[in-house]
Design a protein around this ligand. Structure first.
Ligand code: HPA
Length: 277
């Protein structure tokens, strides 16, 4: 067997065993971005599976990230949330960065909700805004490079509809009912860990990006390869600058603080959207 498939199967076997202990069959996987982990507190009858107990699993070292799967009920459906994601900049290869997605796919999720903290590129965006990810630009290594694992998906997966249009429309109408203001835009993914230079910011704007970050896209590519339906949301944690003053600094601690404040609206929106599935 392909050694990547063997690693996925082993890790999924462990997670499956724990879920079976509570008769849980998750329909929705949720990836919680920097500072957004508190959605997991809303999951009812939670079963915690620490990454460190899962065979072959990486452990997130990023600030604002714990390292657990939390399975249980949210919006009346069974979900499995990643409280803490694995970033490429931590030094893990793409197989490890996307292993949790492959595992959730193997235990049977049909939907993946991804979230992240992102920098604003669009001048209209304010700190704390929520942005539905309508599309992305990938400037990270593609996680599907290497021999294709035919058991999981096709060699050349379609990427014309990475983020599900029906879910986006439902989210727009739910947000309107709840009085939550939403932005929509294109997320551009970089490896990090250094933040962008002013010239890079201008470049990203000129190619059509609205927000920039260091995650999410590898997970979405792998989920789409696996045939999973994806919904994505960014919390804008720093605003685009027209000019950068001498004392301007892009600071990761602000990212976590701002995301935390927006997490309640995002949690409500995700919960209501999951109710419709
Ligand atoms: N750049 C990249 N990633 C980020 C940013 C940013 O400005 N803010 C939060 N994540």
């Amino acid at each position: 067997m392909d050694k990547r498939l063997k690693a996925i199967t082993e890790a999924a076997g462990y997670v499956r065993k724990v879920l079976d202990g509570s008769s849980l069959n998750p329909l929705v996987g949720i990836v919680l971005g920097s500072g957004l982990g508190k959605l997991a507190d809303k999951i009812q009858n939670p079963v915690t599976i620490p990454y460190k107990d899962i065979p072959g699993f990486p452990v997130s070292t990023a600030i604002g990230h714990k390292g657990n799967f939390i399975a249980g009920t949210l919006g009346g459906k069974t979900v499995i949330a990643m409280q803490g994601r694995i970033h490429y900049y931590e030094g893990y290869g793409m197989d490890l960065v996307t292993l949790p997605i492959r595992v959730m796919a193997m235990v049977g999720i049909k939907y993946l909700f991804v979230s992240n903290a992102a920098g604003g590129i669009n001048f209209d965006f304010r700190v704390g805004d929520l942005m539905i990810i309508k599309d992305h630009i990938n400037l990270m290594p593609n996680p599907l490079i290497g021999p294709n694992i035919d058991e999981l998906g096709p060699r050349f997966p379609d990427m014309t509809h990475p983020y599900n249009t029906a879910l986006i429309q439902k989210a727009e109408s739910i947000a309107q009912d709840l009085g939550i203001e939403l932005r929509e835009g294109v997320y551009i993914a970089l490896t990090g860990p250094s933040y962008e230079t002013p010239a890079e910011w201008h470049f990203f704007r000129s190619v059509g990006a609205d927000a920039v970050g260091m995650s999410t896209v590898p997970e979405v590519i792998v989920a789409r390869h696996n045939g999973i339906i994806v919904f994505g949301m960014s919390v804008i944690t720093n605003a685009a600058q027209k000019t950068f003053s001498e004392d301007y600094m892009n600071d990761g601690h602000d990212v976590v603080k701002t995301a935390d404040a927006a997490a309640d609206s995002m949690t409500l929106l995700f919960t209501k959207l999951i109710e419709t599935l």
